[in-house]
Design a protein around this ligand. Structure first.
Ligand code: SF4
Length: 410
């Protein structure tokens, strides 16, 4: 039997053509060499396992990209469950693609920034101008990262990313203007006073190696009863908002926030959790139907009303309030935290401890930011990391912001 030429698409008797896909060429050539033992440790020194070459670049990583011990956070645990290798890159090495623009992430950041501003005493107009300022900052950062061909290290054109940033800011401002009154100034909120706004809380829990850290959007206290209310805002593209609310009480974020807040306020009689969800509207500004900001607000208002009527069970603006249990730690959570703290705190890092999960590489139809590293062999990582990534540790930014904040906010 004659096998078809491997470089030419093969058409069988059915008439359907079989096309071929070659993964990252240089990477697959190097991988073959590692597999054959031509690069890396000889097999007898590796205990019979094929080396992926990670040990060989350890000295470079130690010198140029030192990993850190990190506290346990719900988002880090989310990364660990989604893909341990992503956890290794993002959490332990603190890697972030320079000039990475994710519209979904930026919309949420802008929206939270405005809510934070209003809760710390700014007017609505001041809050929206803070959003404009933040958007300008993001655009300037993108410009600083782009090369002379107008391309960002993420491989995206600058203009495209800048436009997405501006769109995300317009969307966030509209969502904020339509939701700020129902979310923050409703009758339910009147008896509460604001204790903290986006203040990080870090606690140690017995049996858990690493500290546990969270940053609730706001903590409020009932003026008469002393009950504590943990507030969390979410912007989502998900249509089924009620299903998001349904499983949220046992999500890691409220559980960890509960654990931290109860440690800080041990005498509060009750703890409640307020989860505010706002669906992202599909209308954009400016557009043919929304040439002015007023027209955009009006059209968006009509969109939210129509979506609510179309599917009354899944309102696009939804608030859920639930009482937190009297003891925050369950056996299930303890096991999860124990495992996560080992992953966050262990001293030696090895790819074998943080395996890849191929099922997550294109989650939500978007490529993972670490794809360029995962599809290459470790021998290529120093060049890729230098060209595309920077090291950012979220706790450094939070501690810096907390140190700059006025004392009443901390
Ligand atoms: S590219 Fe895939 S395997 Fe690599 S970190 Fe991302 S999700 Fe994990």
């Amino acid at each position: 039997m004659v096998l078809p030429n491997k470089d030419v698409p093969f058409t069988g008797p059915s008439g359907i053509t079989l096309h071929r896909f070659t993964p990252h060429k240089s990477a697959s050539a190097l991988t073959a060499k590692f597999r054959d033992g031509r690069i890396g440790l000889p097999a007898d020194l590796r205990g019979g396992f094929a080396s992926d070459g990670f040990q060989e670049i350890q000295p470079w990583l130690q010198e140029h990209c030192q990993p850190r011990r990190r506290p346990v956070r719900s988002s880090y645990m989310g990364d660990l469950y989604t893909c341990p290798r992503k956890f290794m890159w993002r959490v332990r090495y603190g890697l972030k693609v320079r000039g990475w623009m994710d519209p979904a992430l930026h919309t949420g950041t802008f929206f939270h920034e405005m809510l934070r501003a209003v809760l710390t005493g700014s007017t609505i107009a001041e809050a929206t101008s803070e959003c404009d300022h933040l958007c300008q900052q993001c655009c300037s950062q993108l410009e600083a990262e782009c090369d002379r061909n107008g391309m960002l290290p993420s491989g995206k054109p600058l203009e495209d990313s800048r436009q997405k940033c501006v769109n995300a800011s317009a969307l966030a401002k509209m969502m904020f203007e339509l939701s700020v009154h129902p979310f923050l100034f409703s009758k339910m909120m009147e008896p509460y006073e604001v204790l903290t706004v986006e203040a990080p809380i870090e606690v140690k829990y017995r049996g858990i190696w690493a500290p546990i850290r969270c940053k609730p959007d706001a903590l409020l206290m009932h003026r008469e009863t002393g009950d504590v209310l943990v507030v969390n805002h979410k912007t989502t593209g998900e249509r089924n908002t009620s299903t998001v609310c349904r499983s949220y009480p046992w999500a890691l974020q409220p559980q960890l926030e509960h654990l931290c807040v109860r440690t800080v306020f041990p005498d509060a009689p009750n703890f409640r959790y307020l989860h505010n969800i706002m669906r992202k509207c599909s209308l954009r500004y400016p557009s043919k139907n929304s040439p002015t900001w007023e027209a955009y607000l009006e059209n968006a208002r009509a969109w939210y009303l129509k979506e609510g009527e179309r599917d009354p069970a899944n309102q696009p603006m939804l608030q859920s309030l639930f009482l937190l249990p009297s003891h925050p730690m369950t056996a299930e959570l303890h096991v999860q935290l124990y495992e996560a703290s080992r992953a966050c705190y262990c001293d030696s890092i090895d790819t074998a401890k943080y395996p890849k999960n191929a099922a997550s590489c294109f989650a939500f139809h978007k490529p993972c930011p670490f794809l360029s590293l995962c599809e290459s062999t470790p021998g290529l990582w120093p060049r890729i990391i230098e060209e595309r990534f920077e090291q950012v540790f979220r706790e450094d930014e939070e501690d810096e912001a907390a140190a700059d904040a006025p004392e009443s906010e901390a």
